[in-house]
Design a protein around this ligand. Sequence first.
Ligand SMILES: [Zn+2]
Length: 225
Amino acid sequence: MVRAVFTVLLAPLGESLDDYNRDRQLIPGQFAIPQTQWEAISDAALNRADTFAARALLALELIDVMPCTYPDPDAPVPPVERVDQRPYEHVLTVAREATDVIAAASAHCDRLGAAFGVGSPEYREAVTSWQHGLSRLFAMGLGARTYVTRDGELSLLVRCEPGFVYGIVFHPVQRRCTRDGCRAVINDDGHAWTYLRDDPKCPDGDHTPSYPLDAPHPGIWQFHS
Ligand SMILES: [Zn+2]
């Protein structure tokens, strides 16, 4: 498909792709096509890639081999018939320990809502990031066969059939002292400490924790490849 694009672009120059080889390389960035057409071409290519569950990988490669774009909303874009090329189903295998993690993550969000309020940033950031993690798990962009295992109390390890591995990892926010100039970090048991021995800390040892000792840890789930 990309070959066809460049055949058309080179024709006015009296050239064809055959004129290019290892010694005379074609630099895709030196050509430009209207943005709408670029999108139609990449859309069609990505659609085809779904058959092989290679959408995400192809998307990265297209950026390198496709021409540049310029805005031209009037450029003709032929209608493309959309055929869903994806495999019929996404087979998701979830280890039993991973089902516990998923339940625990939802429960953790609930506890944040109860402790900080459902309008609080603590609750909303956790819920939003967990939602993103979950929907990524179900998406088929990385293949139609996915294995999910436990990777800690609130984190998952995900292996996709083409071999891609990523984590949905919970990162708790450290409890700190909020008093002016104090750099203390406070554990769940109330023990306060500093990264460096000489870091300033409340001289009276009377710290003000950024969130209560008995509250669930605020934090977000992040994607790690
Ligand atoms: Zn302090």
